[in-house]
Design a binder for this molecule. Structure first.
Ligand code: SF4
Ligand code: SF4
Length: 397
């Protein structure tokens, strides 16, 4: 996009902000930055000043925008429907055009592209086999100044790709957009989503050659890369016959719903599951739930959909955490670029979960699973973290 076009879009959006400051109360980064540029209103004001030519873009301003987790909780609370994502995408693009590439960001996005390439898939498959020899779970990675527990590749990455899973009583056909994290790390979750959907009467098709949804590229301001991925995926969708798309990652779901321009409905798997008159038998466990930011800020799914799905498991006790809806601090590249802040947000989240006394922390986003497992391994060793699809499928047996 030309700089003139970017500025026009950005101006339209920033003008809608009435500077009420309501977004301060929900922003996960503000408590750790404690200055105006640490939440949406300040970040928008900086964008406005740049647009009006009152301030040049420099590294210092770019850093302020990079401190945003793009959780979009500000959009969710905003009384004036300010499209915060739209403006941040534009300023991040402008940032790259004005002060040059951010090589850490570039590296992260290139890694995602590589994972979904034919060579990358082969490499991940070999890594999956090797990882499987030492069992499932997380490995401790030492990064500058901190450690991070990250998942090993799943035993058989991309295993469900290019297959159709028939339901005996087919009432509809769903295209399952698996997403990179399920493909590479959480293969079991992918299989469990299929199991749940089959159980409630949906045949599930998993396209062979979908790539990353492109949300990380778009959120980083790389619209061109996003468009390339989107067009590739849309072409792949066209090869199949289906009634709706299902996801188990709200960031993928949000991108498909908001930015793909498709008429077909995109569902979080829990939306379909919660509607069914089906009950499962629990094991008498205490569970709590982390509501992923993008499930309500991007996909606009009400949290009751998730709580309703959990309540279908009879015999288990659901204990809602006080901060169930606050950000977990992962946010992809945000946690790489702002490791200290990400760790602090995570610690607060885990402390809140600890106070519930729950045995299991559930969530419905693979990125949040990664982050919360890292958090429990560091701060709450007695609590397990599970994707909601895994929990429901386990209790179906
Ligand atoms: S809540 Fe919306 S209108 Fe109010 S300051 Fe934040 S972005 Fe602007
Ligand atoms: S997207 Fe999240 S981190 Fe960024 S300004 Fe909005 S609430 Fe704060």
């Amino acid at each position: 996009m030309e700089i003139k076009e970017i500025l026009e879009i950005a101006q339209d959006v920033t003008e809608k902000c009435i500077k009420c400051g309501l977004c301060k109360s929900v922003c996960p980064t503000y408590p750790y930055i404690m200055e105006e540029s640490g939440y949406a209103r300040g970040r928008l004001t900086l964008a406005e000043m740049v647009i009006k030519g009152e301030m040049p873009i420099n590294r210092e301003i770019a850093e302020k925008w990079d401190q945003c987790a793009m959780c979009r909780r500000c959009e969710w609370i905003c009384p004036n429907d300010v499209e915060y994502k739209k403006i941040l995408v534009q300023v991040r693009e402008l940032q790259e055009k004005s002060i040059g590439k951010d090589y850490l960001k570039e590296l992260g996005l290139k890694a995602l592209n590589f994972l979904q390439s034919s060579v990358g898939r082969k490499v991940v498959k070999v890594a999956g086999k090797l990882g499987n020899l030492t069992g499932e779970g997380e490995i401790k990675v030492r990064l500058p100044g901190r450690v991070k527990f990250v998942p090993k590749p799943t035993a058989k990455p991309f295993e469900i790709r290019g297959k159709e899973f028939k339901s005996e009583k087919e009432k509809g056909r769903l295209l399952f957009f698996t997403g990179c994290m399920i493909d590479v790390f959480y293969g079991k979750t992918g299989k469990n989503v299929i199991k749940l959907m089959n159980k409630i009467g949906y045949t599930v098709i998993v396209p062979k050659d979908i790539k990353c949804c492109g949300a990380p590229h778009l959120y980083s301001g790389n619209e061109q890369a996003f468009e390339t991925l989107k067009n590739h995926n849309l072409k792949e969708f066209n090869k199949y016959t289906f009634d709706a798309i299902v996801v188990a990652c709200p960031t993928c779901g949000g991108a498909l719903q908001e930015d793909y321009g498709i008429s077909v409905k995109v569902y979080d798997f829990a939306e379909l599951f919660s509607k069914e008159n089906i009950y499962l038998r629990g094991k008498g466990e205490k569970v709590t739930y982390h509501v992923p930011c993008h499930s309500y800020s991007a996909m606009k799914v009400d949290e009751d959909v998730f709580y309703g799905s959990i309540r279908k498991v009879k015999g288990d006790e659901l204990i809602k955490a006080e901060k169930a809806k606050s950000c977990c601090g992962f946010a992809g590249l945000f946690s790489v670029k702002n490791p200290e802040m990400s760790e602090k947000i995570l610690k607060e989240k885990i402390d809140d979960f600890k106070s519930t006394g729950a045995d299991i922390i559930l969530t419905s986003c693979p990125g949040c699973v990664l982050q919360l497992r890292d958090g429990t391994l560091k701060h709450s060793k007695t609590q397990q973290v599970k994707h909601l699809a895994d929990y429901l499928a386990e209790n179906m047996d």
